[in-house]
Ligand binder design. Structure first.
Ligand code: BGP
Length: 464
């Protein structure tokens, strides 16, 4: 690994901070949605708001050199008029100071899904005005934190929050509507370009990228039908984010396909120009699993996600496009996530060949139920998962890909959206029931040794 390779963990504001209505923070769309539907929420989460010093100190003690986290828009901007909450600014100043005091490089995401509810009330991402509100929020962040942050990302996983929120319907705002999905996707990518423009325009030091939920696509065979299905799946899963952010263009065949059945008049020349002229400096890739597909056969679109941890329920069929297949030879988590490090190796190579931009692996980890009422959680499955995925990264580096960092998901146990807190990803166990007590897991110490050996400790594997 290069000597300045970033090694760290990642979190997101809503998933770890808690303090959902403290010190001037206003409601986010997730606060409203989870409260209204009486679902397990992140009101307290890991109470990082009050534990950040301890958490960041533990990162340093764990040998880590970077911390990826997101800023909460509703903690920073109070209302539609764009007024600033000084206490929100102060909180993140403190977090950033704690990072620097501990020699931890902050890697900051502007938007990890917690839209202020006052904007959701105006139509959320269906309203183009929200893209301009995001631009204002981004400018406020650059202005207040620009001297303490070098690495910025506009959005975390547009694909995931747009598809879940507007197409699948399992995340707020809970729509199942293709037309709305297209509009939200478009407005988000436009907002991202506005954020990139605001950053570059003022000449802040540093780099700005986007973080994508990367699911490289494989086919069940080499037939032409499968290759077409793969292209549909790649457009659906990856290309509309990466091509647009990196090359400045929506995939033309995707737009052509959608225009057969839907109204695309929301696409405007002046926005496309801004998207084209304001591309990202790097790509952040979150990798959990690949997408294995076969050609669409019959039936209606089906999108079933497993939020219960009862295996074997997930299903993705997009009518006329593709069907997702479960590889019978693979191992899956209880939440139906395939464990497939080869996908990361191949996907990184593919992304490098396609985009030739620096890449950071901004999330990678395994979510499991764990008994943390022990002296130390012996999470050997996490160690083996991380080992194999780091090996995949090293293979891609050997190929020539410019990969500059690795962030384990997650730095410590946090709230996992619709899966609550029972799905644990952390390197550090958090006892949500008892004083939020923190205790490093075995993986934390293993990761420390990996970092201190600059990757030498990873048991290398080639994935053919
Ligand atoms: C990514 C998100 C994270 C995180 C992770 C694990 O998509 O960026 O916020 O939650 O996935 O997903 P989950 O918590 O649903 O298991």
């Amino acid at each position: 690994m290069k000597t300045n390779f970033l090694w760290g963990g990642a979190t997101a504001s809503y998933q770890c901070e808690g303090a959902w209505n403290l010190d001037g923070k206003v409601e986010s769309m997730w606060d409203r949605y989870l409260h209204e539907n009486n679902l397990e929420n992140g009101d307290v989460a890991s109470d990082h708001y009050h534990h950040y010093e301890e958490d960041i100190r533990m990162m340093k003690e764990g040998g880590q050199t970077a911390y990826r986290f997101s800023l909460s828009w509703p903690r920073i901007i109070k209302n539609k008029e764009g007024d600033i909450n000084p206490e929100g600014i102060k909180f993140y100043q403190n977090v950033l100071d704690a990072c620097h005091k501990n020699g931890i490089e902050p890697f900051v995401t502007l938007y990890h899904w917690d839209l202020p509810q006052y904007w959701e009330d105006e139509g959320g991402w269906l309203n183009l005005e929200v893209a301009y509100a995001f631009e204002h929020y981004a400018k406020v962040c650059f202005e207040h934190f620009g001297d303490k942050v070098y690495y910025w990302s506009t959005f975390n996983e547009p694909k995931w929050f747009v598809a879940n929120g507007y197409f699948i319907g399992n995340y707020p705002p809970g729509f199942k509507d293709v037309q709305k999905t297209m509009i939200a996707a478009y407005n988000v990518m436009y907002a991202s370009a506005l954020g990139v423009r605001a950053f570059h325009e003022k000449g802040y030091k540093g780099e700005i990228g986007i973080v994508h939920s990367y699911t490289p696509v494989n086919g069940v065979d080499d037939s032409i039908e499968t290759r077409i299905a793969m292209r549909y799946a790649d457009n659906y899963s990856n290309n509309w984010v990466l091509d647009t952010a990196v090359l400045g263009e929506f995939p033309i065949d995707l737009i052509a396909k959608l225009s057969e059945d839907y109204d695309i008049r929301f696409i405007k020349e002046e926005h496309l120009k801004i998207i084209k002229e304001n591309t990202v400096d790097f790509i952040g890739l979150n990798y959990y699993a690949r997408t294995l597909v076969k050609p669409y056969t019959s039936g209606e679109t089906q999108l079933v996600f497993n939020h219960s941890g009862k295996p074997g329920q997930s299903k993705v069929v997009i009518k006329g496009w593709f069907e997702q297949v479960r590889d019978p030879n693979s191992e899956f988590t209880a939440w139906d996530t395939e464990i497939y490090p080869k996908g990361l190796q191949d996907g990184l190579i593919e992304a490098w060949d396609r985009y030739h931009l620096p890449i950071y692996v901004t999330e990678n980890g395994i979510g499991v139920r764990e008994n943390i009422e022990v002296d130390q959680v012996n999470d050997d499955y996490r160690i083996s998962f991380m080992n194999d995925h780091l090996s995949a990264i090293m293979n891609a580096i050997d190929y020539g890909a410019d990969i500059r960092g690795y962030f384990a998901w997650a730095s410590f146990d946090i709230y996992s959206w619709k899966n609550g807190v029972e799905k644990r990803y952390g390197l550090v166990a958090v006892n949500f029931q008892q004083n939020q007590a923190r205790k490093p897991k075995a993986s934390y110490y293993w990761f420390k040794e990996v970092i201190e050996s600059n990757g030498e400790k990873v048991e290398r594997k080639i994935f053919d």
